[in-house]
Design a protein around this ligand. Structure first.
Ligand code: ADP
Ligand code: ZN
Ligand code: ZN
Length: 804
C-alpha cells in the first residue's frame, strides 16, 4: 500500500498556496501523522513542511512523486484543530497557509532552529531492543534510534509511557541568530591578533585592544557596540580572526524569577457572583457563548476570571488567559500563579526562544492547565479547552500587524466553537465593536458597576493648559498638579505621572529654517535620545549623532523639542528636589527584567513618583497610589486615526483607574489643550455609556466601524512611480470587480509615505455586506503573487485594520 502525504511547504512568496504531494517512505508509515513536521525536497532544496493530510492515492504518477526526506518529530506538533484553524485563518486574513501554521508554533520549531531531543526512560521496563540503545544511561539522544532503525519501537514505548521526551532546543550555528559574544580567554592570543591587524584596519585593532580588558567575558553584542564604540561589521571581522566567538543564549531557564505564595479565593461581591454564575452555567451547558464582562477599573474582573478558571479545572478542562503584552506584569502573572501554582505557563515576548519553547511544551504535553500570555497564546495547543479569557479586550495589540493579520478575539471565538466553551471579553472600556455586539445580544453582557472594595472612583479634574500659559505658567506642570503633588509628598503617599506619548516624539528642529531632522530611509522624523545624544528612527533603527548645525542652512540654532519622559524627570527634580522619582519608558526598560524591578521598587515604597509612558497605564495595583497626573492628554487625540478619540478615552480611564484602588481615596489631574473635546470631557466621570453613544454617532456619520467594515490594501515599491502606478491599477481592478455598494477610497499616499526605502500607497475599502469581497481580494492576491511580485511590488491586504 502506498501512503501519500499532503505537505504545506515553507517557501516564501510562492505564487500558489496549496499542499504538495509526497510519498511516505516505508519506514515512516507508522510514525508520520497529520500535523507532523517534515523535510521535503522542493526544487533544488530541502525545505520544512507540515503534513496536513495523509491519503492512499494521488493523481500524480507515482514515479514522479518524491519521497519525504525526513520526519522531524516523533510526535506531531500540530493538532487537527490547529490544521483546521489554519485553513480558516488563511481564508479570513488572506494569508499563506504556511504563515498560519507557523504562527501557532514557538519559533524554536521553525526551520532556522535545529531541535535536539533527548529521551528519558526507566530502563528496566523497556523492551530488549531499546535497552541496548540506552545502555547504562537513562538519557539518550533521539538520533540514536533513527540510526539504528528503532523508531517504531520507540514510538510504541512513547505511547506506553515507558519513555518520556526531554527536549532541548539548540540554535544552529547561524551567526546572526546568536545573542552573546564570548571573548577569548587567552590574553596572549589577543595581543598576537592585535599585532597581526594592519594599521589600516584601525577599528579592528581598537576593538581587540578593548577586548584585552575583558578577557574571557561573555557580553551582549549591543553592549560591545556601545562600550567599545564599534559596529557589527568590525565585531564580525574580529571574530573571524579568532578574538572571540558567538555563543548561544542559554535555554531552559525558569521564567519565573520568584516563588509565589499560595492565596485563597476571595468572597465575591453580589455583582461578581452573578457574573460568575452565568459563566459557570454556560460552561456546564457546553455552550460556545461569548461574554462581554464590562466592569469599571478595580471592580474585580480578575477575581471573576480566577474563580471561573477554578471551575473549569474542576471539570478537568484547560484555560487560556490573554492579556495585552504590556500588562503581562509580574503582578498580573503572580495573581494566577498564587491560585494555580505549577499549573500555570506564561507566554510573552520577554522570554528567550528556549523559554518560550519550554512553556509551549508544558502545554503540548499536558503538564500545565492554564496559560497566561499575550496575543499568540491564543494558539496554546490544549486539547480540551474549557474557557478562554481576553482581559482588556479593547487593546489594539490583540491584532497582529503582519501576516497572518489575525485578531486574537476572532481566533478565541473560533476555538470556543470548536471546544464548546465560553469566551470572556473583559474591559472597563470595551471596544465599540464589542459593546455594539453586546447590545445586539450577539455577546452576553455582564456588568460590574462598583469597585470590589466599594471604594469610590477617584475625583477627576481637567486643567486647561492654555489658561496656564495665559497666566504666565510656562512649565509643563499646571499649578493645580504642582499643588496636588506637594500635598501627596507631604502625606507620604505615592504619585503616578503619565506622559501620553502615542504618536509623539521629541524631534530635532532648526529654529531658523524650520527643518526637522528626518530618517534617510523613512518619511519619519528622528527621535532625540538624551542618554546617548543620538537621533534615532523608531521604524528602521537608523541613527545619527545630533548635528552641531542645521544640515539645510548651517545655522547653529538647532534644538530638540517635545516633552520626553527624560525632560519631565529633569523638571520634576527642579520643582521637587526632595522627591524620589522612578522613570519607566522604553529607555529604562530595555534590559530584561527591568520593568519588573521598577514596579517592584515602586511597590516597596522606594520612590514617591512613578513617571512613565502608556506602559504604566495597566495593571498597577498599589494601595498607596492616591494621585495620578496626566501631563498631556491630547497627544493621542490628533492622530490621523478614526479610533483616536476611543483610544484617548480608554487611556485616560485606564490611568485614572490606578488611583485610590484601596482604602485611601484617589485624585486625578488631567492636563489638556482641548478640554472641550468629548473624549476628555467624558473621561471626567469615567462613564463609558455616554462616551459610547457619542462616539457611535460620529462613526455612523463618518461611515466607520462598527457600522461599516474596512479593508486596507497597501502597495509599496522602491520606486515612487511604480508604487503609484500599481496602487492605481489595484484600485481600477477592484472597481471593475466590486459592486457599487462598496466604496473604494484612494489610492493615497500612506500615513508614513516612505518606510525603509519603500514608497507606500494605500486604498481603503468600506463595505457593509459584500459577499464578493473575499473572493475578489483572493484573486487580487493571486495576480500579485503570480506577476506583480516579480516587479518588486509588495502588496498587503489587512481586513479590519487597527490603524488606517
Ligand atoms: P479589575 O481587574 O476589574 O480592575 P481587580 O481584579 O484588579 O479589578 O480588583 C481590584 C482590587 O480589588 C484588587 O486588589 C483585588 O484583589 C480586590 N478584589 C477583587 N475582588 C474582591 C473581593 N470580592 N473581595 C475583596 N477584594 C477584592
Ligand atoms: Zn536650518
Ligand atoms: Zn527609518
Amino acid at each position: 500500500m502506498t501512503l501519500v502525504a499532503e505537505v504545506i511547504v515553507d517557501v516564501a512568496a510562492y505564487p500558489v498556496d496549496r499542499p504538495f504531494d509526497y510519498l511516505v517512505p516505508d519506514d515512516m508509515t507508522t510514525l508520520i501523522e497529520c500535523g507532523s513536521r517534515v523535510k521535503v525536497p522542493f526544487g533544488p532544496r530541502n525545505v520544512l513542511g507540515f503534513v496536513v493530510l495523509l491519503k492512499e492515492s494521488t493523481d500524480i504518477p507515482l514515479e514522479k512523486i518524491k519521497p519525504v526526506s525526513q520526519l522531524l518529530d516523533i510526535e506531531p506538533v500540530l493538532t487537527n484543530e490547529m490544521l483546521e484553524l489554519a485553513k480558516w485563518l488563511k481564508h479570513e486574513t488572506i494569508c499563506y497557509e504556511i504563515d498560519a501554521l507557523q504562527v501557532m508554533l514557538p519559533s524554536a520549531l521553525r526551520a532556522k532552529y535545529e531541535k535536539m531531543v533527548t529521551l528519558q526512560a526507566d530502563i528496566e521496563l523497556l523492551p530488549q531492543s531499546l535497552k541496548e540503545i540506552f545502555g547504562n544511561s537513562s538519557k539518550v539522544n533521539y538520533k540514536e534510534f533513527e540510526k539504528n532503525n528503532l523508531l517504531h519501537e520507540l514510538k510504541h514505548a512513547l505511547n506506553e509511557k515507558l519513555v518520556v521526551i526531554e527536549n532541548v532546543v539548540k540554535q544552529k550555528g547561524n551567526v546572526k541568530e546568536v545573542r552573546k559574544v564570548q571573548i577569548c580567554n587567552d590574553l596572549n592570543k589577543l595581543l598576537e591578533i592585535q599585532n597581526h591587524i594592519s594599521n589600516r584596519a584601525k577599528k579592528q585593532k581598537q576593538l581587540v585592544e578593548w577586548m584585552q580588558s575583558h578577557v574571557g567575558e561573555t557580553i551582549e553584542p549591543n553592549t560591545i557596540y556601545e562600550e567599545a564604540n564599534t559596529s557589527s561589521q568590525v565585531l564580525q571581522a574580529v571574530i573571524s580572526l579568532g578574538a572571540a566567538t558567538f555563543i548561544h543564549e542559554e535555554v531552559y531557564r525558569d521564567p519565573f524569577t520568584k516563588k509565589v505564595e499560595k492565596k485563597d479565593f476571595l468572597d465575591l461581591t453580589d455583582e461578581q457572583s452573578t457574573a460568575l454564575e452565568k459563566i459557570v452555567l454556560s460552561m456546564k451547558q457546553k455552550q460556545s457563548e461569548t461574554f462581554l464582562l464590562h466592569g469599571i477599573t478595580g471592580s474585580g474582573k480578575t477575581e471573576v476570571y480566577l474563580q471561573a478558571i477554578s471551575q473549569c479545572l474542576n471539570d478537568g478542562k484547560e484555560a487560556i488567559v490573554l492579556v495585552p503584552e504590556i500588562s503581562l506584569t509580574p503582578q498580573m502573572t503572580e495573581r494566577f500563579r498564587s491560585r494555580f501554582g505549577e499549573l500555570v505557563a506564561v507566554m510573552h515576548s520577554g522570554l528567550s526562544v528556549g523559554e518560550k519553547y519550554d512553556e509551549w511544551r508544558k502545554v503540548h504535553e499536558g503538564k500545565v492547565k492554564v496559560v497566561v500570555g499575550a496575543r499568540s497564546a491564543v494558539f496554546a495547543p490544549f486539547e480540551n479547552v474549557g474557557i478562554i479569557i481576553l482581559d482588556e479586550e479593547h487593546e489594539s495589540t490583540y491584532k497582529q500587524e503582519d501576516s497572518p493579520r489575525y485578531h486574537a478575539r476572532d481566533v478565541a471565538i473560533w476555538r470556543s466553537k470548536f471546544h464548546h466553551c465560553p469566551v470572556i471579553l473583559g474591559s472597563a472600556t470595551p471596544s465599540l465593536e464589542s459593546f455594539a455586539r453586546a447590545k445586539k445580544n450577539v455577546y452576553t453582557l455582564l456588568t460590574l458597576r462598583e469597585r470590589a472594595l466599594k471604594q469610590s472612583l477617584p475625583t477627576v479634574q481637567v486643567v486647561d493648559m492654555r489658561e496656564e500659559l495665559q497666566k504666565g505658567n510656562r512649565s509643563m506642570f499646571s499649578r493645580s498638579l504642582m499643588e496636588s503633588i506637594e500635598v501627596r509628598l507631604q502625606k507620604k503617599e505615592q504619585i503616578v505621572l503619565f506622559l501620553n506619548r502615542r504618536g509623539y516624539s521629541s524631534f530635532v528642529l532648526c529654529r531658523d529654517c524650520g527643518t526637522v531632522l528626518q530618517c534617510e530611509n523613512c518619511d519619519i522624523s528622528l527621535t532625540y535620545h538624551r542618554s546617548s545624544e543620538k537621533c534615532k528612527c523608531h521604524y528602521c533603527g537608523y541613527e545619527i549623532s545630533v548635528p552641531k548645525s542645521c544640515p539645510q542652512c548651517e545655522s547653529d540654532h538647532i534644538r530638540f523639542f517635545g516633552t520626553g519622559t527624560q525632560k519631565v524627570e529633569e523638571e520634576l527634580s527642579k520643582l521637587f528636589p526632595e522627591a524620589r522619582v522612578l522613570r519607566m519608558d522604553v529607555d529604562t526598560t530595555k534590559v530584561k527584567g527591568a520593568h519588573e524591578q521598577i514596579l517592584q521598587a515602586f511597590g516597596d515604597g522606594q520612590a514617591d513618583i512613578l513617571l512613565g509612558t502608556q506602559m504604566i497605564a495597566k495593571g498597577l495595583d498599589y494601595p498607596n497610589i492616591t494621585l495620578v497626573g496626566v501631563l498631556s492628554a491630547d497627544t493621542s487625540l490628533h492622530l490621523p486615526d478614526f479610533r483616536s478619540a476611543e483610544k484617548t478615552f480608554q487611556l485616560l480611564t485606564q490611568v485614572s483607574g490606578r488611583a485610590g484602588r484601596h482604602e485611601k481615596a484617589g485624585e486625578v489631574v488631567i492636563q489638556t489643550y482641548t478640554p472641550e473635546h468629548y473624549a476628555i470631557e467624558l473621561s471626567k466621570s469615567q462613564e463609558y455609556g455616554p462616551f459610547y453613544e457619542r462616539e457611535m454617532l460620529m462613526r455612523h456619520q463618518a461611515g466607520y466601524p462598527p457600522y461599516y467594515y474596512l479593508a486596507l490594501i497597501q502597495v509599496s515599491h522602491e520606486d515612487v512611480m511604480m508604487a503609484a502606478e500599481y496602487a492605481g491599477k489595484t484600485v481600477e481592478w477592484l472597481r471593475s470587480k466590486l459592486s457599487f455598494n462598496v466604496s473604494i477610497i484612494g489610492p493615497t499616499a500612506s500615513g508614513i509615505s516612505r518606510l525603509q526605502n519603500r514608497y507606500r500607497y494605500q486604498c481603503l475599502i468600506k463595505y457593509k455586506i459584500e459577499p464578493d469581497l473575499i473572493p475578489t481580494l483572493m484573486q487580487l492576491i493571486k495576480l500579485y503573487r503570480s506577476d506583480w511580485i516579480k516587479k518588486g511590488i509588495i502588496l498587503s491586504v489587512d481586513l479590519d485594520p487597527t490603524m488606517i
